[in-house]
Design a protein around this ligand. Structure first.
Ligand SMILES: [Mn+2]
Length: 417
């Protein structure tokens, strides 16, 4: 008898999409508002249509400890649909939805098991309790910095065992260091399948013996969670071998697109280029809507147009007028202009004038960013500005430098004309 389940995590139901929703047109704002709920519904539908045995949710069901009633009702409604279809559910809580958060007194269906603050072993099949066991644990409170795997204890070696845990494996620096543990800890635990949550980008940390998986969040929530998002449909055969099948469940997809202006000559070329990019995004999104952050880059003639006040805003309004008011939509959330003037930089740089001096200085700073401190000592010592500078990444400093150079070149070249 094979065993099939859906492994999900980090639903973050009722994520507010603050800021982005405020800037979006109404249909987009509405789609974002319901996106986490819609993707959860897709998970439930997938479980039912695939007739799996159970749904496993590895924490961060809700977005905040002060979880909304709407989110709690939606979550339980989904579990009820599963229960009616004879599908069980196993749930643990993470740092966004710890056990000590507010909770409405709602009733969970009988087929759902929620794990408490200590590991416990629960039979996966109630009528064959010795075959498969789920070991799970929830966060009692948000800030759990202990290695929870250390609390697991002895695992039943005769059964196929699943571990349900919200944890940071291997010190992933993109996410808070809650319940830190190593892949080795997991490998030596005796568990056969680790159903993890916490890291939002899906990752199979280990293929087998044991299988260790982050499914990622089933719905991206901001530009830095791009691409398809979903869950794993997992099948375990009698001999214990595990197969993983990623299934997208997102309804709105986030994307980055960049457009090279170097070969473009007219504003029409630029508008057409943006249009093509929007079409490509739509074509690649498997029927989903898309929110895109677009970057224009490279040196080119069109830089002169893009530097006119309001030019980028007009482009943005134009593209959104055409693409955002439909279903599925593509909404361009922002156009970032990182282009530079079309110049023969090498020729300018070898000159004797002030412009040549500017370009050589820029190169010097690129080679040794510390020289920036000398020229900008006053800024670096300024009480408030200093904080902003300290927060800048190397990439951001490089982008600022490029922008400053382009601006200086444009102004000086304009002057000469
Ligand atoms: Mn999360």
């Amino acid at each position: 008898m094979t065993l099939r389940f859906v492994h999900a995590a980090d639903l973050h139901l009722d994520s507010p999409f603050r800021g982005i929703r405020a800037a979006a047109p109404e249909n987009v704002a509405r789609a974002l508002y319901s996106a986490t709920f819609d993707s959860y519904r897709n998970i439930i539908d997938l479980c039912i249509s695939e007739r799996v045995d159970a749904l496993l949710v590895a924490g961060d069901i809700y977005d905040g400890a002060d979880r909304s009633l709407r989110a709690q009702q939606a979550f339980i409604d989904g579990l009820r649909s599963l229960d009616s279809a004879g599908i069980r559910s196993f749930v643990c809580h993470g740092n966004h939805d710890p056990l000590d958060g507010w909770e409405a007194r709602l009733s969970y269906p009988d087929g759902c098991h929620r794990f408490g603050a200590e590991f416990e072993a629960v039979p996966f099949f109630p009528d064959a309790p010795e075959r498969v066991l789920v070991y799970g644990i929830s966060y009692p409170t948000r800030d759990v910095y202990d290695n929870l795997v250390a609390r697991l204890g002895q695992v039943d070696a005769a059964a196929f065992t699943i571990g349900l845990l919200h944890a940071n494996v291997g010190g992933n620096t993109d996410h808070a260091l809650y319940a830190p543990c190593s892949l080795d800890d997991l490998a030596q635990s005796g568990i056969d399948y680790w159903a993890l949550g916490h890291v939002h980008t899906r990752q199979v940390l280990r293929e087998r013996a044991p299988t260790v998986v982050y499914p990622g969040n089933p719905q991206g929530r901001h530009p830095n969670e791009p691409g398809a998002r979903g869950v794993y449909l997992v099948e375990v055969t009698d001999d214990g071998s595990v197969s993983l099948d990623f299934r997208p469940t997102d309804t709105v997809r986030w994307a980055h697109a960049s457009i090279d202006i170097s070969a473009m000559e007219t504003e029409q070329d630029l508008i057409d280029g943006i249009d093509d990019a929007m079409q490509n995004l739509l074509d690649g999104a498997e029927g989903r809507s898309v929110v895109v952050r677009m970057t224009l880059n490279s040196r080119g003639e069109l830089n002169r147009f893009l530097r006119q006040p309001g030019a980028v805003d007009d482009l943005l309004a134009g593209v959104n007028g055409q693409w955002s008011d439909r279903l599925p939509f593509v909404w361009c959330e922002r156009i970032q202009d990182e282009t530079a003037a079309a110049i023969d930089r090498d020729a300018l740089r070898s000159g004797e004038d002030f412009l040549a001096e500017v370009l050589r200085t820029a190169d010097q700073v690129r080679q040794d960013p510390a020289t920036l401190n000398d020229g900008l000592a006053d800024l670096y010592q300024h009480r408030r500005f200093r904080q902003h500078l300290a927060a800048l990444t190397e990439e951001e400093i490089a982008a600022l430098l490029n922008e400053a150079e382009a601006m200086a070149v444009n102004l000086l070249a304009e002057d000469e004309r």
